[in-house]
Write a protein that binds this ligand. Sequence first.
Ligand code: FE
Ligand code: FE
Ligand code: ZN
Length: 275
Amino acid sequence: MYIGCHLTIAKGYKKAAELALEVGANVFQFFSRNPRGSSSKELDMDDIEEMKKILEENNFGPLLAHAPYIINLASHKNRIHGMAKGILKEDYERLNEISIPYFNFHPGNHVGNGSEYGVQRIIDALNEIIEGNETTMLLLETMSGKGTEIGRNFEEIKAIIDGVKYNELVGVCLDTCHIYSAGYNIVEDLDGVLEEFDDIVGLEKLKAIHLNDSMMEFDSKKDRHAKIGEGTIGLEAIKNIINHSSIKDLPFYLETPNELGGYKKEIELLRELRD
Ligand code: FE
Ligand code: FE
Ligand code: ZN
């Protein structure tokens, strides 16, 4: 089972891999740059090589980079849209350079211009960013639907994918907290939700799972992560998710409100719950 959590690369990539080992993870997620979007550090190739040695020796699964939260590809303001594009492009190039398989980002907020407009802005941006010869896959994250968030349903995700020219390089990261808040009942009808995903987007597009419990009730359109088993999704449903035949081989990344010790406990627990 590929299970890990979000970790900091503030002290380098090798250090992040060591932290992963410390918490019993065999995958992890990290921010492609500071989450508020300030400029990125230069790549230290020695540090990256040392990380890769650790990953290989310990049979790690795919690493997942997460774009900063502040970017908004869907904005009608050219300055904001352009800045988002610039950041995503720069980080995408860097992640390709160091062969990180997946790069996840929040699709964007249409800020009142409507879903269709926002979706088109995102498509336009991705068509400028992706040149077609990359190896890193961009992942659209499913969102809770708070405010004017795009990615609140599978139809919007599908519309974006369909509009991108090199869409073999676009996949999906499903966030359990977000889709439960968005109104997909993974507690009472996980089979039905995954079938719906398959019908609309196609399960072959699903590459990663953000495994989180939620502090908010079902269909609340709010985004507050809870520790595993301590939220409205609950341990029983989490157990079903990590063992479901359609998704159990995907990498799971925890984004629960935890320090390292808490992640370690959750990873242990999840390995126990795995059939
Ligand atoms: Fe996210
Ligand atoms: Fe997430
Ligand atoms: Zn979230």
